[in-house]
Design a protein around this ligand. Structure first.
Ligand SMILES: Cc1cc2nc3c(=O)[nH]c(=O)nc-3n(C[C@H](O)[C@H](O)[C@H](O)COP(=O)(O)OP(=O)(O)OC[C@H]3O[C@@H](n4cnc5c(N)ncnc54)[C@H](O)[C@@H]3O)c2cc1C
Length: 240
């Protein structure tokens, strides 16, 4: 674990109410795809009861030039400051943390169940697996309200085109609110939906990431389908 200062290089909206923030990668800083960092504002103009630090997944793949995090832009002091601070401003990075990383045994498939912004670690893992041509079979079930709300849709579609071992299953839970064409799945991730892409539920390691309630619901779904507890790994995004 290392503490460094990082400069904000850029930010852009990547989905409805969701922004990506790019930071200069400190020299010799390394991490594994799926890990997270703590970012702390330095002398912010405002603060609140939650303080000046938040944990964010490093959504960038380790080989990418910048560090990138992505977040839902709620109206909290931390996020107001992050959204308006001058480019070039410094934050404190404390990283890397976490073990929500791809298992090493490529003979075991990986199935990711992501809710909303919980897809950030999967972006890092899938982009790295695609670039490095990893032999792991990977399927991602990515649940969002609408396509407009969905971060990284284009990148997952592109990764699926490039990587014969990667299957992307997007599902929309509130498509009535959307004006875009969507030909994929709709509704919450269910065991029936999973079974369409995972022939044997006993084979994969399942990775669940997202808000606490989503992680709990998905764990129950898997356990009711007979998946053993030691085949389930989770990352809870506390604070949602
Ligand atoms: C390992 C890990 C990885 C994470 N990765 C990410 C990531 O990649 N991207 C990401 O966005 N977050 C991630 N999080 C969550 C992140 O740390 C923050 O908790 C989250 O972004 C909320 O921060 P906030 O400033 O919006 O709200 P906070 O100020 O932290 O909110 C505190 C509480 O206030 C309530 N609250 C505040 N604003 C609202 C609102 N507008 N509507 C409803 N309730 C509200 C919530 O109930 C929340 O529990 C991660 C957390 C962990 C532990």
């Amino acid at each position: 674990m290392a503490i460094s200062k990082v400069k904000l290089k850029g930010r852009q909206e990547i989905a409805l109410g969701t922004m990506a923030f790019h930071f200069e990668k400190p020299a010799r800083f390394t991490y594994k795809s799926g890990q997270f960092c703590d970012l702390t504002l330095v002398d912010p103009p405002e603060t609140d009861a939650e303080g000046n630090t938040r944990g964010f997944t490093l959504a960038s793949a380790p080989n990418e030039g910048d560090l990138m995090v992505a977040t839902r832009m709620r109206d909290t002091a931390f996020k107001r400051v992050l959204k308006t601070m001058d480019l070039g401003s410094e934050l404190t990075l404390d990283a890397p943390y976490g073990s929500f990383t791809l298992h090493s045994d490529a003979s075991i498939p990986a199935a990711f169940l992501a809710g909303g912004v919980g897809v950030t670690p999967v972006r890092s893992i899938v982009l790295e697996a695609t670039r490095d041509k990893l032999p792991h079979k990977i399927v991602l079930f990515d649940s969002n309200r609408t396509p407009e709300d969905s971060a990284f849709l284009d990148e997952f579609t592109q990764a699926q085109a490039e990587n014969p071992n990667f299957t992307f299953v997007g599902t929309m839970t509130d498509l009535e609110r959307s004006s875009s064409d969507w030909n994929g799945e709709t509704g919450f991730i269910t065991s029936a939906m999973i079974a369409k892409s995972v022939a044997d539920l006993n084979l994969p390691i399942f990775y669940i990431s997202g808000p606490r309630a989503m992680v709990a619901a998905m764990r129950t779904t898997l356990e009711e389908s007979g998946v053993k507890d030691d085949k389930i790994r989770t990352e809870e995004f506390s604070g949602y």
